[in-house]
Design a protein around this ligand. Structure first.
Ligand SMILES: NC(=O)c1ccc[n+]([C@@H]2O[C@H](COP(=O)([O-])OP(=O)(O)OC[C@H]3O[C@@H](n4cnc5c(N)ncnc54)[C@H](OP(=O)(O)O)[C@@H]3O)[C@@H](O)[C@H]2O)c1
Length: 303
């Protein structure tokens, strides 16, 4: 596949699935902006791969850093063809970022703001794609109701693994609601589970648990190349140009049977409103291009 002439942004390019996603997209000719929590880390990651890349600093827990990152990307004055919201963290204790549970703030709210600040650059791409890296914990390991909005600022409400799952459900529902709001445009939005891969995601966990995760992934998981395959496929496959609002696993859109919130449109809408409330001072309003108006202007005059 030849991706030359396309601009891709990959968040969290310093390790694991993000680094591999950036490597593959750049190898195929895309110009990739790779983000890391510090410029130095992003630079080191970009230096290590073949192709044209630009490192940019992005700390998703700090709105001012998200804005600076978006400005740096906007200063390239180029349409964005691919935006892979990949960066993520897993925590085992309650920590707040701007008063909100850290995983929800970083994994979801940071990307919500970044997408908002870059959306107009995706509108002007030939076919913009937003790819949100979620997880199967989004349907396996969430609190009752899916997202505990009331408990996000309450350490007493923190429930270990549920908190990560709820942030990953937020990733999936954000993508679903984005797809609904972008219907009729050329931008698609899809979420995915990459697989279970031995990356740095469990860096906060005690060494014995990390070893157990390493063993589990060696036996039943994917390697990092396989883990990035679904992101790369959803970001680039010509067959998916009009596919939006789906949840992918193993490079295929899936429907998960049983009780889960993956396609809960009212929860997705509530999440959107909640996110806007949290981020209001930093968000910009978008005027969707009026294709009817553009079409009227292009249509030859009658008579
Ligand atoms: N590995 C799995 O089994 C698995 C399964 C399902 C879903 N996922 C998802 O896959 C995505 C990639 O994770 P991975 O497994 O590749 O883990 P990883 O190796 O830990 O990579 C995570 C990336 O996100 C960045 N990041 C972490 N916190 C950040 C913050 N506050 N602001 C900006 N960037 C931040 C990291 O940067 P630093 O290096 O600076 O920390 C790193 O580049 C995540 O969204 C994760 O939830 C992974």
């Amino acid at each position: 596949m030849d991706l030359s002439g396309r601009l891709a942004v990959v968040t969290g390019c310093t390790s694991g699935i993000g680094l591999e996603t950036m490597r593959v997209l750049a190898l195929r000719g895309a110009y990739v902006v790779g983000t890391g929590r510090t410029l130095e880390k992003a630079q080191a990651a970009c230096r290590g791969i073949r192709g044209v890349t630009t490192p940019v600093a992005l700390e998703l827990g700090e709105p001012e850093s998200v804005l600076a990152c978006a400005e740096a990307i906007r200063s390239l004055d180029t349409p964005i063809d691919i935006l892979v919201c990949n960066a993520g963290m897993r925590a085992w204790d309650y920590r707040a970022v701007n008063g909100i549970e850290a995983q929800f703030a970083v994994n979801h709210l940071g990307h919500f703001l970044l997408v908002n600040r870059l959306l107009d650059r995706l509108f002007v791409a030939w076919q913009g794609r937003i790819v949100v890296v979620s997880s199967r914990t989004a349907y396996r390991d969430v609190p009752p109701g899916g997202i505990d909005f009331g408990g996000l600022d309450d350490p007493a409400a923190f429930a270990g693994g549920h908190a990560y799952g709820q942030s990953k459900l937020a990733n999936a529902l954000f993508s679903l609601e984005l797809a609904r709001r972008l219907k009729g445009t050329r931008i698609t939005s899809n979420a995915l589970h990459p697989g279970v891969i031995d990356t740095e995601i469990d860096r906060g966990v005690a060494a014995p648990l990390q070893a157990a995760f390493g063993l589990y992934t060696a036996l039943f998981g994917k390697n990092v190349q396989q883990g990035a395959a679904t992101s790369c496929h959803v970001a680039t496959s010509p067959e998916l140009g009009a596919v939006s609002g789906e949840f992918f696993e193993d490079c295929n859109p899936v429907r998960i049977r049983g009780d889960n919130y993956l396609r809960d449109t009212s929860l997705a809408e509530r999440l959107w409103e909640f996110s806007v409330e949290q981020l209001r001072p930093w968000l910009v309003e978008h005027r969707r291009p009026d294709w009817d108006e553009i079409g009227r202007r292009l249509r030859p005059a009658r008579g």
